[in-house]
Design a protein around this ligand. Structure first.
Ligand code: SF4
Length: 258
């Protein structure tokens, strides 16, 4: 186990995330009416993300368009407050999705969140200039959106819709609670400061430090939890020295003062 092994595992994870997202980009938009609908409405795109599970990509991304055809609208207020109508639209043969019980719930829940948190406009989730990690976190707050869908959505927003996000292929790693924890426990840093994190990223992944940003953050959020890290199911489980105590206050590290 060495720093080089940790870096290799993080790079491989980053490349997998990027190529999975790129594959979705290539397959996603093949039906012009559905494509035009998605391009015309950030809300349609957000709902489309919910569909991308258990279906071929082209069928999934046609979902919002077909749902609006069946309902006669894609009005958020009605999607949130008329769950029976949404459920019926999904269930009418041929069903709009394999998961005819789950998808309507996710759609109504997403509509409610868009109304409550984003003034009814999903574009508020990914304003121009926002950092990819912030956008990812906002997407993960929606029922039915996990890491894979969030990463794919970000990739599509940038590559297909031209949304300008910071950090997608930037030259560094964003310092945050998850990233710093993983860097400490994997031994990539022994001093806890933003500069140390950025320097370590540039050292272990000099060709593209930003590549290890998202995988590190995802590992920190999912397995390298502050208490009881799940090393046995962690992507880095076989290469990480597991310095779990390094994240304990006052133990072995100097903390950032700003
Ligand atoms: S969960 Fe365990 S193996 Fe994974 S990064 Fe954290 S300490 Fe290392």
């Amino acid at each position: 186990m060495s720093e080089r092994d940790v870096a290799r595992a993080l790079r491989e994870h980053g490349e997998e995330l990027a190529s999975a997202a790129a594959a979705q980009v290539g397959d996603a938009f093949t039906w012009p009416p559905a494509d035009a609908f998605l391009k015309s409405s950030a809300n349609a795109f957000l709902l489309g993300v919910l569909f991308t599970q258990g279906l071929p990509a082209e069928r999934a991304w046609a979902g919002p368009y077909l749902l609006s055809e069946r309902l006669g609208h894609l009005d958020l207020d009605r999607l949130a407050n008329e769950p029976e109508a949404v459920r019926a639209a999904f269930a009418t043969a041929p069903a709009l999705h394999r998961f005819v019980q789950t998808l309507p719930r996710w759609v109504s829940s997403a509509a409610r969140r868009l109304l409550d948190d984003y003034e009814g406009d999903a574009a508020g989730i990914w304003p121009s200039g926002a950092h990819v990690l912030d956008v990812t976190e906002r997407l993960l707050a929606f029922d039915g959106i996990g890491q894979k869908k969030a990463a794919m959505a970000v990739e599509l927003l940038v590559r297909h819709f031209g949304v300008q996000l910071a950090g997608i292929d930037c030259g560094t790693v964003a310092y945050d609670v998850h990233v710093r924890r993983v860097f400490l426990r994997t031994g990539l840093i022994d001093k806890d400061t933003p500069d140390e994190v950025r320097r370590a990223a540039a050292r272990v992944c000099p060709e593209a430090p930003g590549l290890i940003d998202l995988p590190t953050w995802l590992i920190g959020r999912e397995t390298c939890r502050p208490k009881r890290p799940a090393c046995e199911r962690c992507r880095l489980g076989e290469v990480c020295p597991r310095h779990v105590d390094r994240d304990a206050p006052g133990v072995g590290v100097r903390r950032a003062t700003s």
